[in-house]
Design a protein around this ligand. Sequence first.
Ligand SMILES: [Zn+2]
Length: 260
Amino acid sequence: MERHILTVDVEDNFTFEELADKNDWPKYEGQVVENTLRILSLMRRYNAGATFFVVGRLAERHPEIVKYIMDEGHEIASHSYLHKSLRDVPLDELEDDIRRSSEILSSLTGGRILGFRAMGYTIPRDEATFYGLLEKYGYVYDSSKKKDGGLCRTVHEDRIYRVFPSSVSILGVSTVFSGGTYLRLLPEFIINMGFAQYRRSGQPVMLYVHPWEFNRDQPRRNVRLKYKILQSPLTFSTERKLNTLLKKYEFVSIREYIGV
Ligand SMILES: [Zn+2]
């Protein structure tokens, strides 16, 4: 059976500032735990493995989420501490975020945190410093970058493995297809084309999904119209598509795939 990589970005679908009614906070904050449990039960049905990139601040508020994921044998990795863009943050804040998320998650798991993923594929322009900080705090792989053009292969540079979201080439145009908005909006035949291209190249597809994509009961969000449309529950086809893929392919965590 073909083997691919499954990842989950464990995060809320809102920031506190976005929710109109403060009384809604506890209700929707709790959703991420419930939605993560939905993903875990789907994966259990197919005996699939995955890497769960957990936001550090969320793990502080809901440490039980880390326990639920670990109890199922999956990998815990860092999805930063604050889940903010890292593109233009000052160096001390960048280091603090990388260090803090590792400390919190490793104290909850009792083991070393090997993987990092920045929010929304935002990494500092000074990539060498960024990768140097990851290495300093014990990470061995990064999944923060969306590479454009061609198939995105897993590479090992600067002593850090890099794992990219997967892209498909359609009539010479390359687009990511393996997660988030792309996975929700693209029809299944395009996703199947993507898997076929990776099969021919002998590389794994790396899927990435979010807990909130598994629950249509979404909080009212004060965000730009573009995001209201792109993240509308009407687009929530991730669960159906993932179910089909889990039937066809074997999925493992990044840690298991790269053998670290
Ligand atoms: Zn995220």
